[in-house]
Design a protein around this ligand. Structure first.
Ligand SMILES: *Cc1c(COP(=O)(O)O)cnc(C)c1O
Length: 239
C-alpha cells in the first residue's frame, strides 16, 4: 500500500507539473484548470490514496465498476464524473452517485437522466459530449453528438428538471479530419463552447485532454482535463 501510494504520488506530481507548465506557457492561471483523475479499472483503494493526496475529482466510464467503487468511497470528499457511453438502463444507478455526467449525447438520455435525478432528489451537472469525427449531424464512434446537435440537446438539458447544463466534453478523435490533430480538435471544441455560451452563459465547463494530450487541451482553453494512465499506470485492459 505504501509503495502504491508513493508511485501514485510521484505520478500525480508529474501530471501536476505538466498542467502547471502548460498553464504558464498558455498565459493561464493554474486554477483555471481542474484535474479529474480517471480511476476506471483501478480499485477503490487507489481512489482512497488519491483522495489522501488531495485529489477531489475522479471519473469512471462503466457503471458496473463505478457503482461499487463510489459506494466504497462515499466517506471521501470526492466529486464523481461519469465519462463513458451510457445506456439508459444504467441511468438510475449512475444518478445515485455521479455529480457530473460528461457523456450526454442524445435526447433519450436527457429524459432518462432527468427522471432519475428527480427521483433521487439530486441535481446532475451535464456536459454534452461532442463527437468531432462524426460530421455535423452524425454520432461518434465512441459516443457523442455531432456539432449540429449541440443546440437542441443544450436546450433540452437546460429545461429538464434535476439537470444543470454545465458545458461540453470531447475525446480527441482517432478518425476523420481531426485524427492526429488534437490541438485543432480542442480549439474547435472551444469555438463550439463560445457559441453555446451565447444562449447558455453558465455552461462554462470545457472538458478535454487525457494523459497524452493534456497540454494541447490546456493550450486550447480547457477547464477540465481527464487523466488516467499518467497517474495510475497503464491499464491492464481497455477500459
Ligand atoms: C479513459 C478515459 C480518459 C483517460 O484516459 P488516459 O489516456 O488513461 O489518460 C479520459 N476520458 C475518457 C472519456 C476516458 O474514457
Amino acid at each position: 500500500m505504501t509503495d502504491r501510494k508513493d508511485e501514485i504520488a510521484a505520478n500525480l506530481a508529474k501530471v501536476e507539473r505538466r498542467i502547471a507548465d502548460a498553464c504558464t506557457a498558455a498565459g493561464r492561471a493554474r486554477d483555471e484548470v481542474t484535474l479529474i483523475v480517471v480511476t476506471k479499472t483501478y480499485p477503490a483503494s487507489d481512489v482512497r490514496i488519491l483522495a489522501g493526496l488531495g485529489v477531489r475529482h475522479v471519473a469512471e466510464n462503466r457503471d458496473q465498476d463505478a457503482a461499487p467503487k463510489a459506494e466504497a468511497c462515499s466517506d471521501l470528499p470526492l466529486t464523481w464524473h461519469f465519462v463513458g457511453q451510457l445506456q439508459t438502463n444504467k441511468v438510475r444507478s449512475v444518478a445515485g452517485y455521479a455529480d457530473f455526467v460528461q457523456s450526454v449525447d442524445r435526447s433519450r438520455l436527457v429524459s432518462a437522466l432527468s427522471k432519475e435525478a428527480v427521483r433521487a432528489g439530486r441535481e446532475l451537472g451535464c456536459l454534452l459530449q461532442v463527437a468531432l469525427d462524426a460530421g455535423e449531424s452524425g454520432r461518434g464512434e465512441r459516443g457523442g453528438t455531432g456539432p449540429g446537435g449541440i443546440g437542441e440537446l443544450a436546450d433540452l438539458v437546460a429545461g429538464a428538471p434535476g439537470l444543470r447544463l454545465d458545458g461540453l466534453m470531447t475525446v480527441a478523435p482517432l478518425t476523420g479530419e481531426y485524427a492526429g490533430r488534437e490541438q485543432a480538435a480542442f480549439e474547435r471544441l472551444m469555438v463550439l463552447s463560445t457559441d453555446l455560451r451565447r444562449s447558455h452563459p453558465a455552461a462554462t465547463m470545457v472538458s478535454a485532454g487525457m494523459s497524452t494530450d493534456l497540454e494541447q487541451a490546456v493550450t486550447a482553453g480547457a477547464t477540465h482535463v481527464r487523466v488516467g494512465s499518467a497517474v495510475l499506470g497503464v491499464r491492464p485492459r481497455l477500459g
